[in-house]
Design a protein around this ligand. Sequence first.
Ligand SMILES: N[C@@H](CCC(=O)N[C@@H](CS)C(=O)NCC(=O)O)C(=O)O
Length: 246
Amino acid sequence: MTDAPYELYYWPSIQGRGEFVRLALEEAGARYVDVARGPGGMAAMMKMIKGEGTHGIPPFAPPFLVDRALVVAQTANILQHLAPRHGLIPDDEASRVAGNQLMLTIADLVNEVHDTHHPVATGLYYEDQKPEAARRAHGFTSERLPKFAGYFESILERAKGRHRHLVGASLSYVDLAMFQVLSGLDYAFPRAMKHLAPSLPRLLTLKAEVAAQPRIAAYLASERRLPFNEQGIFRHYPELDLAARH
Ligand SMILES: N[C@@H](CCC(=O)N[C@@H](CS)C(=O)NCC(=O)O)C(=O)O
């Protein structure tokens, strides 16, 4: 057993799915290296994906985490691995299962956000699929986004004032992920989110509370927090946002 820092492997210039892992590591106060952002890091990441130097199953895609001899891929799986080790999910089985269920639902939402700008093919540019993106984004902002957001708001509502968190009575990795997805949605779809805001009081309170956590606040103000941009998952293309007449 060593106290080697975790190694996070993710694309170095975007928040993307890696950000869900970064936020958990930051809130945990864990030691980690964001490998691809350092010298030689991209080559090291590509080697791992090719299966060179990994123990066990090589990851299909970033993000993945190296925890000593273990290589853990898939965002929700990485978080499920980290959270119990750092007090970011209650110990009982019901909470862990609920946490994973909600995290996988957040991952589904993230996939749908990605597909608003890449509805035809992930390998094509947005510019090569703009008409399809407009149709897909209309369905997203008018139906899917309200459905997902309403679902998560209802999870907080069910707690009926007993607590303000998505799982258990204190901050969990699911709250951190919800903060991230809401932040990304604000960036990508500001009109749609403004339209929805009055129906999401509990989610917006949770978002503000996460941003105010001392370690998260310090991280957000640091250079480690990359800005949102149009290479990531949450992209601001005004033409894909809810129409101005709403
Ligand atoms: N379900 C996976 C998705 C991983 C994924 O799609 N990663 C993206 C970056 S966010 C990627 O690099 N994909 C490369 C590919 O799919 O070929 C997860 O949640 O981690």
